[in-house]
Ligand binder design. Sequence first.
Ligand code: C5P
Length: 305
Amino acid sequence: MRVPAKLNLQLAVGPPRADGYHGLVTVFHAVSLFDEITVELAARDAVRVTGEGADRVPEDQDNLALRAVAALRAMLPRRAAAARTGGVHVTIAKRIPVAAGLAGGSADAAAALVACNELWGAGLSQQRLTEVAAAVGSDVAFALVGGTAVGRGRGEQLTPALVPATQYHWVLAFADGQLSTPAVYAALDRLRAQKQKSAAAEPGLDAALMSALRSGDARRVAVRLSNDLQPAALSLFPALRKTLAAGLELGALGALVAGSGPTCAFLAANAERALELAVSLSGAGVCRSVARVAGPVPGAGLLTD
Ligand code: C5P
């Protein structure tokens, strides 16, 4: 199977909730940077990770893909013998960098869910799979569906966005280092506490961004990109300021930190501009490496070749 990374074209974050999560409104956008996942029936559950950043991914029950397998198994009726008696071997070939703000771990979990649902003949509906996904992580449900979708709650309540089939061309700048998602949310709470006496406002969907997406005009989309986590990510990883500025200087229509970072995403006018930007950004010495991607792309699916 293959499963895409995500960007957040808008990420509006509210105050912390009683359960420690933050209420948010986000516009998810799946892009063509994929992890490849293979799932086979086996005596017991195991996971093996290769590729980009593999040494930083746990190869035990803490692995998000194995957590997804366990969550799905727990949902199945007793008669689902294959799931109850046997395990699965999950092999993950990573191309989505780890702890980069691109929801790579959530993507792997989503792929494992779809694969086990098939392998076990469990027959869970998309709706039920989405519920299991939401219990595994905030971004897992989106990785199931892909495309462009509005996420609410902690990001797990999804509504597909009604947008034309326009492809957007992005350049991703991968940083030398990681950011922990909880640490970035905590930094945002601290920054907000310093700045204002009242609590953060409830987040709302950016109507101008949605209108820009419906127009399919990359220039209009570029000026509406927003991420409430960006100041927090920049406070923890100040070098990203230089990366963002360099991308804009080199011709990007818009720039933002991807999710909780530290990856930076740049929207280009078209495929040629994206290629030029990728070449000049990688020469500018402001990031570890770059990738050109396009979006939207579908969520977790079978890899056919
Ligand atoms: O759900 P997931 O495991 O991906 O979230 C990782 C961490 O990010 C959470 O433990 C929480 O600290 C933070 N988070 C949050 N609000 C969200 C999503 C994530 O505070 N809506």
